[in-house]
Design a protein around this ligand. Structure first.
Ligand SMILES: Cc1c[n+]2nc(N)[nH]c2nc1OC(C)C
Length: 323
């Protein structure tokens, strides 16, 4: 049995690697049929030896028995929302307020990333293994959707690389790319007539499923935008470094992430992405600018529920296409 157990371990490692190559790097190394063969071999061994099943096994991707209800989760670090601005002048005001509050704004740089139009979630990893996924809820208490997030291929079941902390909480947006949205609506029209109004609703509906086997069939992805640091824990000095570490650990992080050294740079980034908005594979509803330095973020702190150090610069509402 030890050789069979060894084979199971090897299959798990291989499947994790190929899944990362395919879903996170979009660079598969083997054909799908080869992946499916390895996956079936793993399922056969786990069926013979259920006692060898582990929470990070790739077989978890297909979903589990439906839950009676969702448990609640309290976020140790509250999941904040963002203040919005809608014009260039308001963005310049944000920059002026930031500078007026900093002792020394000479080194001020901004991290820029698209604000994906999906569902904010928090993932908890202990010793490198995914142990919990939760919705934002009201920012303090959300719903436990661990079974559902396990089915999302771009969410690692175990971390890659090394030097990750033994407890890591990752925040990000679960969304449905437009192509996937069109596909499940076409399917819905042919079957139960259930269609979603937009990709955000489709993602929300897919995550609210008590039966994770349904979630497993929905084309969901997760793009990470932050790490919820425990008090005083400083693994890196800037937000953008943190996102690069998330990429090293196997997470999908927006390839549009940039760091600029002025609010003019932010405006150029905003105009640039607004011009490319319809060409992106997913819906975005604005740009998030963050003071990149974690030290400056700490100096700026938060007002009530939103950080002083971040702002969402929203796009004009997209005119609905009247069919
Ligand atoms: C609510 C939220 C949403 N987003 N979306 C991105 N891209 N970054 C980001 N940051 C957020 O909050 C942090 C500023 C804490």
């Amino acid at each position: 049995d030890s050789s069979l157990r060894e084979r199971l371990r090897a299959l798990r490692d291989q499947l994790h690697h190929h899944s990362y190559q395919y879903y996170v790097l979009d660079a598969p190394e083997i054909p799908d049929v080869e992946y499916d063969r390895l996956f079936r071999e793993l399922q056969e061994i786990e069926a013979q030896h259920p006692e060898w099943l582990t929470p990070d096994s790739p077989s978890q991707r297909v979903g589990a028995e439906p839950l009676p209800s969702f448990n609640q989760v309290r976020h140790e670090t509250p999941m904040l929302s963002l203040d919005n601005v809608f014009s260039e002048q308001e963005l310049l005001d944000f920059d002026r307020r930031v500078k007026s509050r900093l002792d020394d704004a000479a080194t001020l740089t901004y991290a820029c990333e698209p604000k994906l139009d999906g569902i904010a979630v928090s993932l908890l990893y202990v010793d490198g293994i995914l142990v919990r996924g939760a919705t934002r809820g009201d920012g303090r208490v959300g719903e436990d959707i661990t079974q559902n997030v396990r089915t999302i291929a771009s969410i690692p079941l175990r971390l890659r690389g090394e030097d990750w902390p033994e407890e890591l909480e990752v925040r990000g947006e679960i969304y449905m790319p437009r192509a996937g949205f069109e596909r499940i609506n076409a399917l819905g029209r042919e079957t139960d007539g259930k269609v979603f109004v937009n990709p955000r609703n489709a993602a929300a509906g897919s995550l609210r499923q008590l039966d994770s086997r349904i979630t497993a069939k929905r084309p969901l992805e997760m793009s990470c935008y932050g790490i919820a640091l425990q008090e005083g824990e400083a693994l890196f000095e800037t937000h953008s470094e943190g996102l690069q570490r998330l990429r090293d650990w196997g997470f999908l992080v927006s390839p549009e992430l940039r760091v600029v050294d002025s609010i003019e740079g932010c405006l150029a980034y905003y105009e640039g992405l607004l011009a490319r908005r319809d060409a992106l594979a997913y819906d975005i509803d604005g740009i998030v600018f963050k003071v990149d330095s974690l030290a400056l973020q700490a100096e700026l702190g938060f007002v009530s529920r939103a950080p002083r150090w971040a702002i969402a610069h929203k796009f004009p509402a997209q005119e609905e296409i009247t069919l």
